[in-house]
Write a protein that binds this ligand. Structure first.
Ligand code: ATP
Ligand code: MG
Length: 404
């Protein structure tokens, strides 16, 4: 058991000391049995949010109305949630109200899959009313209770089934798959932000093609932002290890879908990363050298594109040449004399003063020339050397430059 469980145990003991129940629950129980790394633990209790806040010294209110309080213990945050049952879901995504209960089983029953509906006390004894343990052994995802009803309550669970299938490399029970197919249109009503969290987790393992087939055959793909713009065929023909890799390669093949990227509601930073990956994929079809590529693209973009080509490229595509160029570019990244224009050891103001000229387009032009000379190691990035080089090679007259 790792340190997180030791911390959790302390929290449970304190709850017990105040006459409350406390259990490890959900993902951490599942993962510890599977011997997967546990990154966060969740605790469930019959203590009400106000009780939790008064018992523990350091707490953060992250959703009191839903019963969730973060308890900070030994500097690690731990979610402590009051046992609850969820009543009517009229919109396929959020319960209309939250009702607290003092029964653990009631709380486990509202959870999505049997493998996520187990609890463990401080002695690591399992409470498993829905045979989650057996499903873990059989590597099977099954909803707690009737799958149609559970997906009617919250359609996100349909996507979560695919996410756990991908992450754990599990199968999904036949009746659960059938219900997913029937109910997938309800995913329309689920917020993009919630879908995005799960979508990202679908990528990353070697089973991605198998998982993509599940997304297509159940109709889930049709309800996903951005992915719905890609034809099933194009979607199934691409292997990617991240959502951004998928987007980059699909946009490379069909530039017109780039405008749909905003449907995903990803950050501008991620959007620009995707655009850079697509641009690099395109540049590889033109004559480019490793130095230029390493200057224009970050090592992260280069290595992601390299992986994309390794797994998707064909011989006819000059696959091996492209990969070699990217390997060389990554190597060059370490050695570049400058990483961006502003790294040049002379700036516009200094150039204006030196030439005794007004500012203008010539500055940009000259910096561009210097950038190229320095990048290819024909000129050292040193102010005096740069000035000397300019003296010998550049003439400037009324805002026009001439390079000898
Ligand atoms: P991860 O390790 O990826 O965080 P997790 O199982 O902890 O996996 P979370 O999304 O953090 O997944 O949810 C925590 C627990 O809450 C789940 O294990 C499950 O018991 C319950 N849960 C989460 N989302 C839902 C949902 N939409 N419907 C029902 N139960 C859910
Ligand atoms: Mg979790």
């Amino acid at each position: 058991m790792n340190e997180l469980f030791e911390t959790g145990k302390k929290i449970i003991k304190i709850l017990n000391g105040h006459g409350f129940q406390g259990y490890f629950v959900g993902g951490c129980v599942r993962d510890v049995i599977l011997k997967r790394t546990v990154n966060d633990i969740d605790i469930t209790t019959d203590a009400l949010p106000a009780d939790i806040e008064s018992i523990f010294e350091k707490t953060i209110d992250v959703g009191k109305e839903h019963g969730t309080i973060i308890v900070v213990m030994d500097d690690s945050p731990c979610e402590v949630t009051t046992f609850r049952v969820e009543s009517d879901y009229s919109d396929h995504r959020r319960p209309d109200s939250v009702t607290f209960t003092n029964e653990l089983t009631g709380d486990l029953k509202r959870r999505d899959f049997t493998i996520n509906a187990m609890a463990m006390n401080e002695d690591y004894q399992l409470t498993d009313p829905f045979s989650g343990r057996e499903d873990l052994d059989n590597r099977l995802l099954r909803t707690v209770g009737n799958p149609d009803e559970r997906f009617d309550e919250d359609a996100l669970r349909i996507l979560r089934a695919v996410r756990f299938m991908a992450q754990l490399d599990f199968s999904i029970a036949m009746d659960t798959v059938a219900a997913m197919t029937r109910k997938s249109p309800h995913l329309k009503h689920v917020a993009v932000e919630r879908k995005l969290v799960e979508l990202r987790k679908i990528y990353g393992r070697d089973n991605i093609l198998h998982v993509k087939h599940m997304l297509v055959s159940t109709g889930v793909k049709k309800e996903m932002p951005f992915l719905c713009e890609i034809s099933d065929n194009d979607f199934l023909n691409v292997i990617a290890h991240s959502l951004s890799g998928e987007a980059a390669i699909q946009i490379y093949h069909h530039p017109d879908i780039e405008e749909k990227l905003s449907e995903l509601k990803i950050s501008n930073e991620e959007k620009s990363m995707i655009k850079n990956m697509t641009a690099l994929l395109n540049e590889l079809n033109q004559e480019r050298d490793a130095i230029k590529l390493s200057y224009l693209y970050s090592p992260e973009v280069i290595s992601t594109v390299k992986t994309l080509i390794e797994i998707n490229g064909s011989k006819a595509d000059d696959r091996d040449c492209k990969i070699q160029l990217l390997i060389d570019s990554l190597e060059q990244s370490q050695k570049l004399p400058i990483k961006k224009t502003t790294d040049i050891n002379i700036n516009g103001r200094q150039l204006m003063k030196y030439f005794n000229q007004e500012g203008g387009i010539w500055i940009k032009e000259l910096l561009g020339i210097l950038e190229e000379e320095i990048l290819y190691n024909r000129l050292e990035n040193d102010y005096d050397k740069i000035v000397k080089w300019i003296d010998a090679n550049v003439e400037i007259e009324t805002g026009n430059i001439k390079v000898n």
